[in-house]
Design a protein around this ligand. Structure first.
Ligand code: SAM
Length: 257
């Protein structure tokens, strides 16, 4: 397989974690968009319980904490991300109601119907959109909400290069109407969906990586895996630039029936 066809999942995780620990966000998004999605969620109060699944270092979690009351639990597979998450919670003085724990989204360590809201930005693809919606539903109170962002096709047809890239990286990528239907079939009322604007990719995700890439290449000079990983990242940026009218992240907000 040529380097240009590799998806991020094929690189080793410690390397990916070290790279992403150096940026505020580990996926496309922005503070404005987190707040916009929050605008569709009703009835949160100081007693509310919120989970942020695949929280990474907590870029979006700290925005949530700044805008809503209640207890927030961030969960991520990687201890280094959770260490930074808890450091950030303390730095912003949220330590009494924001806590990061290490765990897997495939085996959530929570009680049934524990949460008023399950949040997940750019992470549900790790378990798969349909499986995540179905399994996580058990942990949401009746009438509670789920809000996830997910890579989606914007059009019915798309050029073969971008089709091949994404179906290889994430076979569950699908169109927005199909994702909404899947949300309904999983037992939610689809409350809202909207496309994340371009600056969620460029300004908030790709731009901060430029310096990290420079430093990474210096630190790992001569390391083939690191060089390949960075080249892969840069290839993804070029693909986005070329094909951004065909795909992107979409926020899907649902209410548990
Ligand atoms: N939500 C963060 C954001 O938007 O910046 C992180 C998004 S990042 C693209 C995906 C996150 O999912 C990473 O932090 C990764 O460690 C986490 N992850 C991957 N597999 C996981 C699993 N099985 N259980 C929990 N977290 C997982």
């Amino acid at each position: 397989m040529s380097n240009e066809n590799k998806s991020i999942q094929e690189f080793d995780y410690p390397l990916i974690c070290e790279y992403y620990a150096n940026v505020e966000r580990q996926g496309p998004g922005s503070p404005e968009i987190t707040v916009k999605a929050l605008g569709f969620i009703e009835h949160l109060n100081a007693q509310s319980r919120i989970a942020d699944i695949g929280c990474g270092t907590g870029g979006q979690t700290m925005i949530l904490a700044d805008h809503i009351p209640g207890q927030i639990t961030g969960l991520d597979l990687f201890p280094d991300f959770i260490r930074i998450f808890n450091y950030n919670a303390k730095r912003f003085n949220f330590q009494d109601r924001v806590k990061g724990i290490v765990g897997s989204m495939e085996h959530l360590p929570f009680r049934k119907e524990e949460f008023d809201l399950i949040w997940s930005e750019g992470a549900i693809y790790n378990i798969g959109f349909q499986r995540g919606l179905k399994e996580w539903r058990e942990y949401i109170k009746p009438g509670g909400y789920i809000a996830v962002s997910e890579i989606s096709w914007f059009t019915d047809k798309r050029p073969v290069e971008i089709y091949d890239f994404w179906t290889n990286a994430y076979p569950e990528i699908d169109t927005i109407p199909n994702k909404i239907r899947q949300m309904q079939e999983a037992g939610y009322i689809p409350v809202a969906s909207f496309i994340l604007p371009e600056n969620c990719w460029t300004e908030h995700f790709y731009l901060p990586q430029i310096e990290v890439q420079r430093n990474f290449l210096k630190k790992y000079a001569g390391c083939k895996t690191a060089e390949e990983f960075i080249e892969n990242q840069r290839f993804e940026v070029r693909l986005y630039d070329r094909y951004k009218e065909f795909y992107g992240y979409v926020f899907y907000i649902g209410k548990k029936i």
